[in-house]
Design a protein around this ligand. Structure first.
Ligand SMILES: *[C@@H]1O[C@H](CO)[C@@H](O)[C@H](O)[C@H]1NC(C)=O
Ligand SMILES: *[C@@H]1O[C@H](CO)[C@@H](O)[C@H](O)[C@H]1NC(C)=O
Length: 383
């Protein structure tokens, strides 16, 4: 089934109005990169080897998640015949895991996944002013990708949301426990992944994304193609791990979610009550800040571009307490609430990708050797 992405009207003001120049530069950069991307992709074949010619066997299968009443009614639909899926693998490059990205992350992605799906899936890499030589080096590490697109998002790091000034942010980061947590760049990254990225025109053409981080590695050929699983199980979100966030960086988050629901007149809605059952512990009635890990997650674009999701991000991003910047709210607990709101409202499904389906590790310091292995191996997943 081809899922029509929901096209949202562009937000009137995505970035701070502080500098029109930055906005103009950003728009020009997008235009230039889009043109560059078109040229770059032209060199690659439009036709891809059909899925049936690959040898990956689907022996596992992500299980549907039924942790909360909202999903208990989820029914398993019969598998759809798989055809090529319009999915993209996303990374944000740069930072302290860069060497690891080159040495461990990309070679494994190539060997264990992309090579088994020759020219099937593009990889889209966001970066801040990455030199073209480095872009070429990265593209050379994943020759089996359908395309390797680079998008310079440096402009996002230059701006703060309207209402947040650099000096106030500096003050917030020096207040109390905040001193112990990540700084400006990290907070902007949270803003980027929570909302900004899903509004980028460059991702509009896709139906599904698979987000990995530069420190995420595959430990062997996945036993399932996660994109196929998402489509066959009709999942709009897929995760690998769910746990509670550090409460010190989730201060006021649930209150803000409630304020948002109230502002839309939804506190009595079925979806809000479902998210509440998911996020508030029945034991002590406290918000436990559940978060689907964001260094391995899949989703449909219609989910992340859903009006409800985008409204939630807009509310967080444009209003006091500006929690991403004041309290260092992470993208993980933020997007988890938005995702669950949409899933509940639309009665869509979530897929749980366990380690036996897709062997994956996060920030493994001793990841072991990269082994030559046939794509149809059924022994290499897990770690
Ligand atoms: C996901 O699946 C794993 C492995 O089957 C299981 O241990 C875990 O509890 C599941 N997570 C959720 C949230 O259902
Ligand atoms: C996996 O592929 C190899 C070679 O490509 C083949 O020899 C082997 O029989 C296959 N194994 C299975 C279980 O299909």
């Amino acid at each position: 089934m081809k899922m029509a992405p929901i096209r949202l009207p562009p937000r009137p003001k995505k970035f701070s109005g502080r500098s029109q120049v930055v906005l103009v530069l950003f728009v020009s950069a997008v235009v230039v990169l889009t043109m560059y991307g078109a040229v770059f992709r032209q060199q690659l074949p439009d036709e891809v080897i059909p899925h049936a010619s690959t040898t990956v066997e689907t022996v596992g299968g992500a299980s549907l998640v039924t942790p909360t009443p909202l999903l208990l009614s989820a029914t398993m639909s019969p598998p759809i015949q798989s055809s090529r899926i319009n999915g993209v693998i996303l990374f944000l490059a740069g930072g302290r895991w860069d060497a690891y990205f080159h040495k461990e992350c990309l070679p494994r992605l190539e060997k264990y996944f992309l090579r088994c799906h020759e020219k099937e899936y593009p990889v889209h890499i966001f970066h801040e002013n990455m030199a073209s030589a480095q872009q070429a080096a990265i593209a050379a590490l994943i020759p089996s990708a359908r395309a390797v697109d680079f998008e310079n998002v440096a402009a996002v790091w230059k701006t703060l949301p309207r209402g947040v000034r650099e000096d106030t942010l500096a003050e917030w980061m020096q207040t109390g426990l905040q001193r112990k947590f990540q700084g400006r760049g990290y907070r902007i990254m949270c803003r980027f992944w929570a909302g900004i990225v899903w509004r980028l025109p460059s991702l509009q053409r896709y139906d599904y994304y698979w987000r990995l981080d530069t420190d995420s590695i595959l430990t062997g050929p996945p036993l399932v193609d996660p994109f196929v699983t998402m489509q066959q199980r009709q999942c709009d979100y897929g995760f690998n791990r769910l746990k509670g966030e550090n409460p010190h960086v989730a201060v006021g988050l649930w209150e803000t979610f409630q304020d948002w629901a109230k502002s839309t007149g939804s506190t009595n809605s079925q979806w809000f009550q479902s998210v509440k059952r998911f996020a508030v512990s029945p034991v002590n009635q406290q918000y436990w800040a559940p978060m689907y890990y964001n260094n391995f997650e899949l989703g449909s674009m219609r989910l992340k571009r859903h009006k409800l999701y985008d409204d939630w991000f807009e509310f967080v991003d444009s209003k006091e307490p500006f929690g991403i910047f004041r309290h260092r709210w992470g993208d993980a607990p933020l997007h988890t609430l938005g995702v669950m709101a949409v899933i509940a409202a639309e009665k869509w499904h979530v897929c749980n990708f366990s380690k036996t389906d897709v062997g994956y590790r996060h920030a493994a310091t001793k990841p072991g050797p990269i082994v030559e292995i046939s794509c149809n191996s059924t022994t290499a997943a897990g770690s």
